[in-house]
Design a protein around this ligand. Structure first.
Ligand SMILES: Nc1ncnc2c1ncn2[C@@H]1O[C@H](COP(=O)(O)OP(=O)(O)OP(=O)(O)O)[C@@H](O)[C@H]1O
Ligand SMILES: [Mg+2]
Length: 257
């Protein structure tokens, strides 16, 4: 076979498989090592995500899930000492947190960070001040009717579940390419969890690439396409969400479910 023929063959096999082995994944972290001061916490984490995929990042308490999300969002703590973070070919590992946000990485932290003294609507419009806006208010209110009803209410007086909705809505109001959700169901009553699940399913339908961290692993796995399980800052397992749901040993060892 000549070189030209080999190239044509390869092109054909790529077209048939629908995947280019040379193509960059939409998002990838490679060998991340991050520290809080002297404490070595994220110890060589690697994974990648295709466009529109939902990845569940799971593991026991203290496994390093929040630290991994914070590292990806380029917050000051933990400090990234080694490794690479790529979003659509952009080197996020070379960015500061505001640049990562501008590049489309939006972290919804566990504590939600609703801004005191601002109404629901003001919290949302403030999120749209940054260049490259996302959803407009009409679109947000169509997906979050509870927020529409409470648009004039001070954000910090919302219930826990409503604050979670506002935190997610605020990420959607920004230029969003990768959504990082840290325990979106934490501390919420089952009926509110269902409502947040509905919203996350809508987000999934829209093809928004997402990493979800959840103690409620079953709920996260129902939503996710793939799963990564962390154990003491390292990847203990990577596979499909189905693989984890079907593997009792794995669930017991790392997730206690
Ligand atoms: N600011 C900090 N300074 C020092 N160590 C920290 C800090 N924040 C977290 N750690 C440590 O890093 C490790 C990983 O914490 P992290 O919050 O990433 O875990 P997690 O998987 O999100 O756990 P959880 O399920 O409890 O939220 C833990 O041992 C924790 O004590
Ligand atoms: Mg955490």
């Amino acid at each position: 076979m000549t070189v030209m023929e080999a190239a044509a063959e390869e092109q054909k096999s790529i077209q048939m498989s629908g995947r280019d082995p040379q193509a960059q994944p939409f998002f990838a972290v490679k060998d991340l090592h991050a520290y809080y001061g002297e404490s070595y916490i994220v110890q060589g984490v690697s994974f990648d995500i295709r466009h529109g995929e939902i990845l569940a990042l799971l593991g026991r308490n203290g496994a390093g899930k929040t630290s991994t999300l914070r590292t990806i969002a380029r917050l000051d703590d933990p400090a990234l000492h080694r490794g690479e973070i790529w979003l659509e070919g952009e080197p996020v590992h070379r960015m500061r947190s505001f640049q990562a946000a501008r590049a489309g990485i939006q972290l919804v932290p566990e504590d939600r960070r609703i801004i005191q003294g601002l109404s629901v609507e003001e919290n949302l419009t403030l999120a749209q001040v940054a260049p490259g806006t996302g959803w407009d208010l009409d679109r947000i209110y169509a997906h979050f009717p509870r927020l529409a009803e409470r648009r004039g209410q001070e954000g910090t007086t919302l219930s826990g579940g409503e604050q979670q909705m506002l935190a997610i809505a605020r990420a959607l109001a920004r230029d969003l390419k990768l959504l990082l959700l840290d325990e979106p169901y934490e501390g919420l009553a089952p009926v509110i969890v269902q409502e947040i699940e509905r919203i996350l399913n809508e987000i999934k339908e829209l093809g928004i690439t997402t990493v979800i961290v959840e103690q409620n692993a079953v709920a996260a796995l129902k939503l996710a396409d793939r799963a990564v399980i962390l154990d003491t800052g390292e990847v203990a397992f990577a596979g499909t969400a189905r693989d984890v749901l079907d593997n009792a040993e794995l669930r017991q060892e790392y997730l206690a479910i």
